[in-house]
Design a protein around this ligand. Structure first.
Ligand SMILES: C[S@@+](CC[C@H](N)C(=O)[O-])C[C@H]1O[C@@H](n2cnc3c(N)ncnc32)[C@H](O)[C@@H]1O
Length: 222
């Protein structure tokens, strides 16, 4: 299965080159939070999405203690490394014992939170395409567990709930797919903001916007 194959090791030089190339595109102060996931494969998929889309970090609310506290240990854990296709090597992941612990930490650091759900939850609920995800300099986007979804506590402590519009007979998308869709939109908006403004509050407009995508390398043909 393609998904579970580790990517080929790259040379140190090409890794450094790629790291330098992607650094300006990373969305600063954007964190994806997974609340109480039960399947390690989904944790790996979210880490992969986070890494691929240039989101800064992943927090996992993990009351079952399925992940180690130490990041180094987590990076070396085969189940996560395999399902994230090694993205865990390049992505900061931190675990928390409870939803409240995670919110306390985020709020202390000045982060605002939004939760995601296929259902209408809380006082304010929007569709993904209606959201302006650049209003807060520091933003955490929460995803709920596979079976139960986002908790009432997370809804209570967050600013709003974001839904991906659905048109089928099924109740919800899976965690991996929905995190990919939501984070793509949020990261795209925030990269556009970073490319235009140097500071918060739409201040420090750049004379020339920075690129928002990495130009693809043209392969030489002989
Ligand atoms: C498999 S779903 C959970 C389904 C659960 N029965 C519920 O009521 O939410 C796992 C997570 O994916 C995200 N998700 C799934 N479908 C979504 C949608 N249409 N819009 C926004 N988020 C969605 C949410 O974070 C949800 O908690």
């Amino acid at each position: 299965m393609e998904d579970e194959v580790e990517e080929k090791p790259a040379s140190k030089k090409s890794v450094r080159k790629r790291a330098d190339e992607i650094a300006p595109f990373r969305c600063k102060n954007l964190i994806a939070v997974i609340e109480n996931p039960s399947d390690v494969k989904n944790i790996g998929t979210v880490i992969r999405n986070v890494n691929a889309l240039g989101v800064e970090k992943v927090y996992v609310v993990d009351p079952r203690r399925s992940l180690p506290d130490d990041w180094q240990e987590l990076r070396e854990r085969k189940s996560v490394s395999k399902t994230s296709v090694s993205a865990v090597k390049w992505t900061f992941v931190r675990r928390f014992d409870s939803t409240d612990d995670c919110f306390d930490h985020l709020e202390k650091k000045g982060f605002k939170s939004v939760v995601t759900s296929p259902h209408v939850k809380g006082k304010s609920c929007i569709f993904l395409h209606e959201g302006d995800f650049t209003r807060h300099a520091k933003l955490a986007v929460w995803f709920g567990s596979e079976a139960i979804g986002i908790s009432e506590r997370a809804v209570e402590r967050s600013e709003m709930c974001v839904s991906i519009p659905m048109f089928g007979m099924i109740e919800s998308l899976n965690l991996g797919t929905s995190s990919g869709i939501v984070l793509y939109e949020v990261a795209k908006q925030r990269r556009e903001y970073q490319s235009t403004f140097r500071m918060r509050g739409r201040r420090g407009e750049r004379a020339h916007p920075l690129p928002t995508v990495i130009a693809p390398e043209v392969e030489e043909t002989s």
